[in-house]
Design a binder for this molecule. Structure first.
Ligand SMILES: Cc1cc2nc3c(=O)[nH]c(=O)nc-3n(C[C@H](O)[C@H](O)[C@H](O)COP(=O)(O)OP(=O)(O)OC[C@H]3O[C@@H](n4cnc5c(N)ncnc54)[C@H](O)[C@@H]3O)c2cc1C
Length: 572
């Protein structure tokens, strides 16, 4: 931290550090309100982890849901969060989020190229709690045509490789259902044919498909809106240090190819550098033991915003959460070039009928169909008594062919390449599989036999797989009597190892409801804002439903910009 009045190289009203969903929203709103904005981005592309995400925003009471005929209210969502997290009267941000969220999304969509649709039926993740929603509580970005970005399409960070089909075509959940069922109806066939044709034409001109969905659509919509509003982004330019004068943040030092640049930010600096995922010190301070060795965050997210704010006297907040992250189980893919890819097991396989998760002793430890976050929480709880990191997802080959398994797409006939690379382990019988996993064969055989009895009755007496609306939503409705239970009995058998990884940090900078960073006495640090994963999650380490991090990222990015816009300029 520099504490003096340096010679400025450049002056703006608002400096944004990081062009992920949080930072781009703040920059866009400030520009729309007439501020002179500059965004500095460490990498050569916009989007950060947001570009690899599903792009869902949890916005209770949103108007797209109401227009689609779903009933929801901030009041119900408040009851739900109180039941899940506790009634935290000390943190006003949750109420502000619930109260302001729908209006903010409306304002953004009416003034920019952001475009959301209701995500329809999608239960909250603890849908047995009071106030939980089952439909319309989240919104997703409408597909975006990347071609309108012209040559700047390359500035949009692509999703992870395994989210592509045919080597470069993005597909959302509905596209997957239609592609898999392409011979089941004319509508499905036409939709699939249109997708593939468009993709073939795209590949004549672009390195990947230009029909963007999920998080890629979100960040491309934000980027396109920024471009239309002439907001400059300095690519390859990392935020390094805050400049503080008389207790107020007046600017920052950023670094690019040409060395340090001192930027005066008359109305403030917004920290939006994506959280501390790749910062070993913060990881060790906030994350559980054993420390998760994997992260789904982009490598640039090294906690730069949080570290700089801490030097300026900011308080770090882990909430009542003991684990610092919001999680997904991930499997490891060894790529041809020797690198390791991570596949997040979010919704396509765990809840389906005919799959169990076992610990290192071959016993089930969880309802496999719980949310990705709750699954990892269960891994950590189980690991206190039995090695459960990694855990094993076990099924038979017919399951893999029908539903896919992690990075193996449904319909895959031969697993040879996945076995060869070590992604899956195969056994001709349960005992053989157990030996290869280092598990006692008798125990695993008992576990599978017990599960198969539950599949016959449709009642999972141990963990209740299939009992909740969320389980059933991600299960197979055509499977009877329980959409989430089927016997695992057709050799060969297959296992894939899963580890915990965070899809977002939960601990971060303490802020107030205007996204102003707070110090250890809970006073705001003038001129300093945080949003996205640089800001401590308002959910205090819980994951209520789809879009838990992006909803607040956009809402508090917006509020940071609005608050900064109302401030007097700092003295020069
Ligand atoms: C597979 C997956 C699916 C997900 N799906 C969802 C979902 O559907 N809904 C949801 O709510 N959340 C989801 N998430 C989580 C969500 O993606 C993140 O919480 C979100 O992207 C955080 O936004 P952000 O702007 O804080 O950070 P990021 O999106 O990571 O952006 C941070 C940006 O800051 C840049 N940066 C870093 N350091 C500096 C520096 N020093 N100077 C300048 N720039 C810097 C980075 O390069 C990056 O561009 C998902 C995550 C994953 C991995």
């Amino acid at each position: 931290m520099t504490d003096h009045h340096p010679k400025w190289d450049r002056e703006v009203d608002l400096l944004i550090t990081g062009a992920g969903p949080g930072g781009m929203t703040a920059g866009l709103v400030a520009a729309l309100d007439g501020l002179d904005v500059l965004i500095c981005e460490k990498s050569q592309q916009v989007g950060g982890t947001g570009s690899t995400s599903a792009g869902t925003l949890w916005i209770p009471g949103n108007r797209s849901g109401a227009a689609a005929g779903f009933t929801d209210s901030a009041e119900d969502a408040r009851s739900y969060l109180n039941a899940l997290i506790g009634d935290d009267g000390a943190d006003p941000r949750r109420d502000i989020f619930l109260r302001e969220g729908p209006g903010i999304i409306d304002d953004l969509t009416s003034r920019t190229d952001l475009d959301f649709v209701s995500c329809g039926h999608h239960p909250d993740y603890r849908n047995n709690l009071p106030g939980a929603g089952s439909s319309g509580r989240a919104v997703i970005p409408a597909p975006f045509d990347g071609r309108v970005l012209g040559k700047d399409f390359v500035r949009v960070r692509p999703p992870i490789d395994d989210y592509f089909v045919l080597g470069g075509m993005m597909v959302g959940k509905i596209d997957i259902e239609r592609l898999l069922g392409r011979y089941r109806s004319v509508e499905n066939f036409l939709h699939s044919a249109r997708l593939v044709l468009r993709y073939i034409v795209d590949r004549l001109r672009y390195a990947r498909g230009t029909r963007l969905v999920m998080g890629n659509a979100l960040v491309a919509q934000l980027y396109y809106s920024l471009k239309k509003n002439h907001v400059p982004i300095l690519f390859g330019t990392a935020f390094k240090e805050l400049i503080v004068a008389d207790g107020r943040v007046t600017g920052a030092i950023v670094g690019g190819d040409t060395g340090p640049v001192r930027i005066r930010a008359r109305k403030g600096v917004v920290l939006a550098t994506g959280g501390f995922a790749h910062n070993p010190k913060f990881r060790a301070s906030f994350m559980p033991d054993p420390l998760p060795v994997h992260s789904m965050a982009v490598l640039e997210n090294t906690g730069d915003g949080i570290a700089a704010a801490e030097l300026a006297g900011a308080r770090l907040d882990a909430g009542r959460n003991q684990r610092g992250g919001l999680w997904s189980p991930v499997s490891r893919i060894r790529r041809k070039d020797g690198s390791t890819g991570l596949y997040p097991h979010i919704l396509l396989d765990r809840a389906k009928p005919g799959l169990i998760a076992v610990d290192g002793e071959g016993r089930r430890f969880v309802n496999e169909g719980v949310s990705y976050h709750d699954f990892v929480e269960a891994m950590y709880r189980s690991n206190e008594s039995v090695p459960t990191i990694p855990a094993w997802l076990i099924c038979d080959l017919s399951f893999v062919r029908k539903y896919g398994l992690g990075a193996i797409h449904p319909g895959t006939r031969s697993l040879r390449k996945f076995e060869k690379s070590g992604y899956v382990i195969r056994g001709d019988n349960i005992d053989g599989l157990a030996r290869r996993l280092g598990i006692d064969g008798g125990t695993l055989a008992q576990t599978v036999a017990r599960h198969n009895r539950f599949a016959a009755t449709g009642i999972d007496e141990d963990f209740g797989k299939g009992d909740t609306e969320l389980n059933q939503f991600n299960g197979d409705p055509d499977n009877r009597p329980n959409p989430c239970l089927a016997p695992i009995d057709a050799p060969p058998f297959v296992a894939v190892a899963v580890w915990p990884a965070e899809i977002a940090c939960s601990a971060g900078l303490a802020t107030n409801g205007d996204a102003q960073v707070l110090d250890s006495d809970n006073r705001s640090v003038d001129g300093l804002y945080a949003c996205g994963n640089d800001m401590a999650s308002i959910m205090a380490g819980h994951y209520p439903g789809p879009g838990t991090t992006l909803g607040p990222a956009l809402v508090f990015g917006y509020r940071a910009a609005k608050h900064a816009g109302q401030q007097a300029s700092s003295p020069s």
